[in-house]
Design a protein around this ligand. Structure first.
Ligand code: FES
Length: 248
């Protein structure tokens, strides 16, 4: 975890709900992996580590020390603005060595924590399906690479050909609306448990968006109880193997 600064090179409007910030940053872009996030602060004159918004990079370009992040249009950003960043937060996603098909699931939330997985997986010739529901549908999925299969789910988490989609997936990464994060994750767990005879380890991961006040394991605000004890989401998250949750 270290503090650095980024400059906003460009802001592009994706649709009425989302914008993309294109940022340059020194010596960080090459280290960002799917699963990492950054804690951002706009006014860099005072050092204030707490309650920074959490940004999930959507693409990186190590050759130009740049990355992008997709954010709601509810906050306006300016070209040339300096952003203070703390990061990197968390551990990269634990992808299996042999993967053919990955299912990404965004339940009533935009798929922001999952976006950086997409170029990583596609560049490794891994098929990607994104299932998205509720408020997640505000995100402009039409702008995703055409290779990504996008499926709309209803509010009960049903979608067409669900049995086949779940059966084809070698790994699944799920993010849910953080308003009732654990309750929604448990619902996802039940859906997969009904669709598969067994949910193996390292197959179904919940990508937690819980608040990260300090990001360094100091405040204990992000502790999560697993079957085998507590985990610190800002250090060992954001992805949690849902077989560790003790939901049966
Ligand atoms: S955010 Fe403070 S311990 Fe994780």
């Amino acid at each position: 975890m270290r503090e650095t600064q980024a400059i906003i090179d460009r802001v592009s409007l994706l649709n009425e709900h989302f914008q993309r910030l294109h940022l340059s940053v020194e010596n960080l872009a090459g280290e960002i992996k799917p699963g990492h996030s950054l804690l951002a602060r706009r006014d860099t004159r005072e050092w204030e580590p707490y309650l920074r918004p959490r940004w999930w990079p959507s693409s990186i370009n190590p050759a130009t020390n740049s990355f992008s992040v997709d954010l709601p249009t509810s906050t306006t950003y300016q070209q040339g603005e300096i952003i203070g960043l703390l990061g990197l937060v968390g551990e990269p996603f634990r992808h299996r060595r042999t993967l053919r098909h990955v299912l990404l699931l965004a339940v009533d939330t935009p798929p922001l924590p999952l976006l950086l997985s997409i170029p990583f997986l596609l560049s490794n010739s891994i098929n990607v399906t994104l299932v998205i529901s509720g408020s997640g549908l505000d995100y402009p999925t039409k702008l995703l690479p055409p290779e990504v299969e996008v499926i709309q789910a209803d509010d009960q988490l049903n979608w067409s050909n669900q049995v086949m989609t779940v059966g084809l997936a070698d790994q699944v990464f799920v993010t849910v609306n953080p308003d009732r994060e654990l309750e929604r994750m448990e619902t996802v767990w039940k859906v997969f448990h009904e669709r598969r005879a067994e949910v193996p380890k390292l197959y179904l991961f919940g990508v937690m968006q819980s608040p990260i006040p300090c990001g360094v394991g100091a405040c204990q605000a992000c502790l999560l109880a697993l079957k085998e004890g507590l985990t610190t989401l800002c250090i060992e998250g954001p992805a949690v193997d849902l077989t560790m949750m003790g939901w049966g």
